[in-house]
Design a protein around this ligand. Structure first.
Ligand code: PEP
Ligand code: MG
Length: 841
């Protein structure tokens, strides 16, 4: 075993690889290592050795040390798309370098404005062969500080040659940026799953398909013709699996059809993961952000960059200009909120209130002021400040927090517009617009004219972004994460947006347009009828009553829920009170808000979930050690038990609420009875201390499979269960709920998840306890009859879904629901379960 040290290739700040906002690096598919946020413009060798690869786009280079350690340095994210612009490589393949020798010069200003990020990855591509790796933290200096210390074991090849040789048909690389690091890593990872020796062959050149560097050395551009050659015991299997993946772009964003590879000889094996990209040029796929169906014409929304001068007047003047513009932005935000409250749109108003809070962030102002102090203009300084903070947020492996980056950029542009005088307004949109944009800011969405826009698609964003939340609040069909080709669709093209399925169909024929128009008319009429009947109870045709309550984040949503027939709140996500603040809210502050929600509900049921943060949802005032697997670490109640002062304060605040007919508190992420008992003990102590005599229900969220499996034991001690299917699904299927590639498979309608729901109901009912479902599946009309059939007593749904979920319950008989549930439990897959309850268009 030898010890090898890698020296900083840049001046900069170290960042764990897991926090890089690119799944291929963050999930270490290229190899293990670290990332550096650079503070200079020259990449130097972290170790002496031979240059074994220089990418033709000049953004990545690999050095192989005499011990066989392969280190790839990748400057920026998505920089392959710059096609060499902004980079000047100082070495060629085959050169020998010593530690500290220059490798790549780059233009940070150009990259800052043209690339997704400047974060530079230092990756040991053969990290599998290392027995240990220690990374430095903090700020490092190029050529001086050690950034990684490696313990190398003997570097060995584990593949088995000999036996059958199988060669694929020719494949044309469909990736528009060629086979760059990301798809190369995907291919290498797949190839490593086979014992055979696997080569990628182009003409006379060959590369080891299990090595990212070797693949990249082939410099395969879009349209390059290759074959896969495998030799070994599972050669045919490997070729059959890898050839179709390579031909379809290996999950890369940018692919354009190269002529189809000939695959007559090798029968492709169906990939278990549903294809993320459509083969039909008229069908573009994304994910559902807001349900609904509409037909209209495409309008491409492109946002002009705001030009800013770099140098400014004297710092005093620039600081005053910045202060004035921040004030002007705050006044605009006040006016927007007042207008939205006037339109009874408290959900949107709350988002702009959060924007106002972002403008109070002292860090943001501090960063801007320090840049101004260096003689820069206030525009430049402000742009630097908010974009750097947005990048940090985007790097967090938590969708909710990462989505706040969009808010920060939005409010940042508002101030920039005030500083430069460039207007923020959007162009006039034609009636019947299907809006397509790279991304929409909450401001864009809030100013959308509902009479002109029938739906929108964004290339960025996800189901939990504020844009998606706003779309649902506006009841507009929306698709997020759509294929990037959507940006190339000519304006004026007729298109059908299907928000529930997450698709955009282009150029539909007359018959389809008519069918969709009829379906949307039916849907609008149904929505109207559902709203008109919203105050009716959700009772099945044979008289079985289901309670339908709302998931809310605060008082405004609670108010809105009662107007839409909500019978109370089944989940108050209390963490919204704790995020976006510099310190934890006090007991009084919390009581005021919980009491506000209770009053807005006018005595209806209120279930407050205790703080669900930690792990992947960090709080600025609660520093926690970094964890290898945050979703399996100290989050939810595990954190609460660790931090009794926060827990007791919250429990006391909840216990001070009065006037609810049924007040409950529930604990997230419960996995054992011991945990629950210790929490119940705290509630009892605080109840006695406060002298509260009204009973309060104490329940658990069923989000961890162990709680579902042990429901019967829990039911002896808990007053109720609320099933959090979002987490229960991720833990049952071992699929990260935010993982872009696994998202289509992480469906709570999976029979395994349904079985756990059924088991929870059985355990609870055996002891006369009630069960609710508060995960996203409760708001899904296809799931509702199955949940009712499984015996769920309460559905806690998103506010706009209240009328339609109540109406769905009313359309079925309990007997029908039970028959459906039985079939669902014996189905083979989530898709089969969904087929039992088809959407009616
Ligand atoms: C869930 O996990 O289903 C749930 C309701 O909690 P959250 O989505 O807030 O984790
Ligand atoms: Mg959860």
């Amino acid at each position: 075993m030898a010890r090898v040290e890698l020296v900083a290739p840049l001046d900069g700040v170290m960042l764990p690889l897991e926090q890089v906002p690119d799944p291929v690096f963050a999930q270490k598919m290229v190899g293990d290592g670290i990332s550096i946020d650079p503070l200079n413009d020259l990449l130097t060798a972290p170790i002496g050795g031979t240059i074994t690869q220089v990418h033709r786009a000049g953004h990545a280079v690999t050095v192989t040390s005499p011990e066989g350690v392969e280190v790839m340095l990748h400057v920026g994210l998505d920089t392959v798309a710059l096609k060499g612009e902004g980079f000047s490589p100082k070495v060629a393949e085959g050169d020998s370098v010593a530690t500290g020798d220059p490798l790549i010069g780059f233009d940070p200003d150009y990259l800052a404005t043209h690339a997704k990020s400047l974060l530079t990855q230092v990756i040991v591509t053969n990290s599998d062969a290392m027995s240990g790796m220690t990374a430095a933290t903090g700020t490092v200096s190029a050529g001086k500080d050690v950034v990684l210390t490696l313990e190398t074991s003997a570097i060995t090849e584990q593949e088995v040659a000999g036996g059958e040789t199988v060669v694929s048909e020719a494949i044309l690389i469909p990736n528009t940026s060629g086979l760059h690091a990301r798809p190369a890593a995907v291919l290498a990872n797949m190839a490593k799953g086979y014992a055979s020796k696997i080569l990628l062959q182009r003409g006379d050149d060959q590369a080891n398909a299990k090595s990212v560097v070797s693949i990249m050395r082939l410099n395969l551009e879009h349209g390059a013709k290759v074959q896969i050659v495998a030799e070994g015991p599972d050669a045919a299997e490997a070729v059959n699996a890898l050839a179709p993946e390579l031909a379809s772009g290996l999950g890369d964003e940018g692919t354009s059809p190269a002529p189809a590879p000939a695959t007559q000889v090798i029968k492709p094996v169906a990939a278990p993961v549903p294809k993320r990209r459509s083969d039909d040029p008229n069908l573009l796929l994304g994910v559902s952000a807001s349900p609904g169906l509409a037909v209209g014409t495409v309008f491409q929304l492109k946002r002009d960059e705001i030009e800013v001068p770099e140098t400014g007047a004297d710092p005093h003047t620039e600081r005053r200009r910045l202060d004035d513009s921040v004030d002007a932005a705050k006044v605009q935000l006040e006016a927007l909120q007042a207008q939205l409250h006037g339109q009874a749109d408290p959900a949107k108003a709350a988002i702009f209130a959060a924007h106002q809070e972002l403008l109070e962030d002292p860090d943001l102002i501090d960063v801007a002021e320090s840049v101004i102090a260096k003689g820069k203009s206030s525009e430049y300084a402000w742009q630097q400040a908010y974009t750097s903070q947005a990048l940090q947020l985007e790097a967090l492996p938590n969708e909710l927090l990462a989505a706040r980056a969009a808010d920060l950029r939005d409010v940042g542009r508002r101030v920039l517009s005030a500083l430069t005088g460039q207007p923020l307004e959007q162009p006039e949109l034609p009636v019947g617009t299907v809006l397509i944009a790279e991304d929409l800011t909450p401001s864009d969405t809030a100013s959308l004219d509902r009479d002109r826009v029938v739906g929108f698609c964004t290339v960025g964003g996800g189901a939990t972004s504020h844009v998606a939340i706003l779309a649902r609040a506006l009841d507009l069909p929306a698709v997020a994460g759509i294929e990037p080709q959507a940006l190339e669709v000519p304006p004026g093209t007729t298109a059908v947006i299907d928000g529930a399925r997450g698709t955009l169909r282009l150029n539909p024929d007359e018959a389809e347009v008519t069918r969709i128009r009829e379906a949307t008319q039916r849907a609008a009429a149904k929505r109207e009828a559902d709203i008109a009947a919203a105050n009716e109870p959700a009772t099945t045709t044979d008289g079985h009553r289901v309670e339908v309550v709302a998931n809310v984040g605060g008082i405004a949503e609670a108010e809105e829920s009662t107007g839409l027939g909500g019978e109370g709140v089944g989940l108050l996500r209390s963490e919204f009170l704790f995020l976006a603040r510099a310190t934890a809210p006090t007991e009084d502050e919390q009581t005021k808000i919980y009491q506000g929600v209770a009053s807005a509900l006018g005595g209806r049921t209120l279930i407050i979930r205790t703080l669900d943060v930690g792990g992947d949802k960090p709080l600025p005032y609660l520093p926690l050690p970094r964890e290898e697997n945050p979703f399996l670490g100290v989050r939810g109640v595990r954190l609460a038990i660790d931090r009794p002062e926060i827990l007791r304060t919250q429990i006391r605040a909840i216990l001070r609420v009065t006037g609810s007919t049924r007040l409950g508190m529930m604990f997230p992420m419960i996995s054992s009875l011991e945990e629950f008992r210790s929490l119940k003990q705290v509630v009892q102590e605080e109840t006695a201390d406060l002298g509260r005599t009204d009973p309060i229900q104490i329940g658990i969220m069923v989000e961890v499979p162990s709680a579902a499996v042990m429901a019967e034991q829990f039911a002896r001690e808990a007053d109720f269960f609320s099933i959090g299917t979002n987490d229960l699904t991720q833990y049952t299927l071992a699929m990260d709920r935010g993982h872009p590639k696994l998202a289509p498979m992480a469906d709570a309608m999976n029979p395994a998840v349904l079985k756990l729901i059924g088991q929870t109901v059985e355990g609870a009912h055996a002891h006369g306890k009630w069960v609710g479902v508060c995960g996203g599946i409760a708001s899904d009309e296809q799931a509702v009859p199955i949940l009712v059939g499984l015996g769920v007593d309460e559905l806690s749904v998103s506010v706009p879904a209240l009328p339609s979920i109540k109406a769905t319950v009313r359309r079925h008989s309990l007997e029908e629901c039970q028959a459906l549930a039985r079939k669902a439990l014996s189905s083979d897959s989530a898709a089969d379960v969904r087929a039992l309850v088809p959407l009616d268009y």
